[in-house]
Design a protein around this ligand. Structure first.
Ligand SMILES: [Cu+2]
Length: 188
């Protein structure tokens, strides 16, 4: 490369490149063409995998043009951990692991209320009063995992476990009141 002009050094190289003329303009053009072809190849290589991924996702969960955002969730006593607090896109797949010692569930409510201050009766969040009930991943045992996709419009959400157990002394063990709640946001 000299001053942006591609120069071939030996007759063998020129022949390899299929060039009969030593006209530098021609060589420069071919060099630019080669760069252009290389660039096109890179663009294609980058472009193909996402469209394939989108294709396989669209069959399962969402309209063709949509992307799906995955959120990792860990349930245990007494907390819910998310690997991200907010997402941009609409269909959201929650991949939920129960790393606790007890059964847990994940309830999704769209609400502007603070996740710690949802209406509760006898240890149980009143899901229909807490906000807009989107859905839930039902109670499942320790050591297992569940996955579900929900269409979430932009806004604030509360995720919580709404299991309540009767203890031997007659008291109630509310998973929500013990701390199994977390905020979540879907951005516009
Ligand atoms: Cu729980």
């Amino acid at each position: 490369m000299t001053d942006g002009v591609f120069v071939l050094n030996s007759p063998a190289e020129r022949e390899l490149a299929g060039m009969k003329s030593e006209d530098q303009q021609t060589m420069k053009l071919q060099s630019q063409l080669r760069t252009l072809v290389g660039f096109t190849t890179i663009v294609l290589a980058v472009a193909i995998p996402p469209s394939v991924a989108e294709d396989s996702l669209s069959r399962v969960t969402a309209p063709r043009s949509s992307q799906v955002e995955a959120v990792g969730v860990v349930l245990k006593e007494w907390r819910i951990d998310l690997d991200k607090q907010a997402v941009k896109t609409c269909p959201v797949t929650f991949r939920v692991n129960n790393f606790g010692d007890e059964d847990h569930e994940l309830v999704i409510v769209k609400t502007d209320r603070h996740h710690k201050a949802l209406p509760v009766s006898h240890g149980k969040v009143i899901e229909t009063e807490a906000g807009e009930l989107i859905g839930e991943i039902e109670e499942f045992p320790m050591g297992e995992a569940r996955e579900a996709t929900f269409m979430l419009s932009p806004g604030n959400y509360a995720l919580f476990c709404n299991l309540v157990e009767q203890e031997e002394d007659g008291g109630l063990e509310s998973h929500y009141q013990e701390g199994m709640h977390v905020p979540f946001t879907v951005l516009r």
